[in-house]
Design a protein around this ligand. Structure first.
Ligand SMILES: [Fe+2]
Length: 401
């Protein structure tokens, strides 16, 4: 199998890294920037400090502070037109995953002159996005080093993924000062998403030794620091979360994501479930499902999840891996099941059918009629093991307890 490992994004990390943002923008030839954020983050002192550093470097600044829980196609299209009209030559995102996905979408549509919905799917645009600097404020999405953006098409209630090598951010600034504004429970959500990215990259059918090394390192670092960072004010642990999230996305940006993300997609699009809940609750189940066909990966993943394997056979080790994730959830206040409101039992089958096009279908997902799926239809997904609609249905049912 031929594989390619991309990581063109410059990663600047450590205490004080945010102070370099003006210099970095200048190095990337930015002169007039759009700073994308949300109403909570734009009120934080570190946001003001970043704007001051940009102004000091002589950059003209426009702002879009209205990002919400999802990156919306309507916001992206409006701001993309604004960027073109005003001659803005760089996009700087300060926020979590939805902020970075919004900014990445704006950078894509600004140069490609078509609506975001038409840019979804793999490599659906042919011009390089505007230069981007990403400043993540959650240790989670990893969008700061990802070519992908996940956007919500509000009209069709669909979550769509778009991107390609032309939409990698140019630089990412990882500075734990940006995590200080987060309440503990809020911080746990993106961190679980990040853990999912690392694990799913490791369980991918297109994983390589390069992606495996980065993915396992990300899982080990994330798992080993999450309890301390969520339950105490441990600055070193939080910095580890930020770096681990970034590493996880370097891995999944190349090995891609798996069943947790594919199955979560219809829950997010149709039922408005927040992304970390969808992928996080599914994670222990998809770990057990995929490890069953990856005997060589059971031991290394168990070690990364701090599972004591002495005396355990393979099946028991796989079960212990899933249990280690649930145990972490219990300690950081993250759920292990969906509520009937999040996933109505009467819609379980429909959600399994709607998962069939997979995460990477993009615009093609719009034309898929879920009622054509049978028990044996396979969910499109790069994970190592093929999953049918019936198997997805069973996993959803187990997630309801
Ligand atoms: Fe995710």
């Amino acid at each position: 199998m031929i594989t390619t490992f991309y990581m063109p994004t410059r990663i600047v990390s450590g205490a004080g890294a945010l102070g370099t943002i003006g210099h970095l923008a200048r190095e990337l030839s930015m002169s007039r920037v759009l700073v994308v954020s949300d109403p909570v983050i734009s009120a934080q002192p570190f946001h003001a400090a970043a704007l001051a550093a940009l102004a000091e470097a002589g950059l003209a600044i426009s702002r879009f502070d209205d990002c919400g829980i999802d990156a919306r196609c309507s916001h992206i299209d409006q701001q993309g037109a604004r960027v073109r009209h005003d001659g803005i030559d760089g996009v700087i995102c300060i926020g979590g995953g939805s902020v970075m996905c919004t900014g990445k979408g704006i950078a894509i549509v600004a140069t490609n002159h078509k609506p975001m919905a038409e840019c979804t799917g793999v490599g659906r645009f042919d011009r390089k996005a505007l230069p981007m600097i990403m400043v993540p404020t959650t240790a989670g999405s990893g969008s700061e080093v990802s070519q992908w953006t996940i956007v919500k098409d509000e009209e069709r209630h669909l979550k769509l993924l778009g991107g390609g090598p032309l939409s990698f951010p140019d630089a990412a600034i990882l500075d734990a000062v940006t995590l200080r504004s987060l309440p503990m429970r809020v911080a746990a959500l993106p961190a679980v998403d990040a853990l999912t990215h690392g694990v799913e990259a490791y369980l991918s059918g297109i994983a390589s030794p390069l992606t495996d090394a980065v993915a396992l390192g990300a899982v080990r670092l994330q798992y080993g620091s999450l309890r301390a960072s969520i339950n105490s004010d441990d600055e070193r642990a939080r910095n580890n979360n930020l770096v681990a999230s970034c590493m996880a996305n370097v891995a999944c940006g190349n090995a891609r994501l798996g069943h947790g993300h594919a199955l979560s997609l219809p829950l997010e699009g149709q039922l408005d479930l927040a992304h970390p809940y969808g992928v996080g609750v599914l994670l222990p189940h998809v770990v057990a499902f995929n490890l069953a066909v990856l005997p060589d990966k059971v031991g290394p993943l168990a070690a990364a999840l701090e599972v004591e394997t002495a005396g355990l056979g393979r099946a028991a080790t796989i079960a212990a891996c899933a249990e280690a994730i649930r145990s972490l959830y219990a300690d950081i206040g993250f759920p292990t099941h969906f509520t009937p409101e999040q996933l109505p039992p009467g819609r379980v089958r429909e959600m399994a059918e709607r998962a069939v096009p997979g995460l990477y279908a993009g615009i093609a997902a719009k034309d898929f009629d879920h009622r054509t799926a049978t028990d044996h239809t396979v969910i499109a997904c790069p994970s190592a093991r093929k999953m049918t609609v019936r198997q997805a249905q069973d996993i959803f049912a187990r997630c309801l307890g």
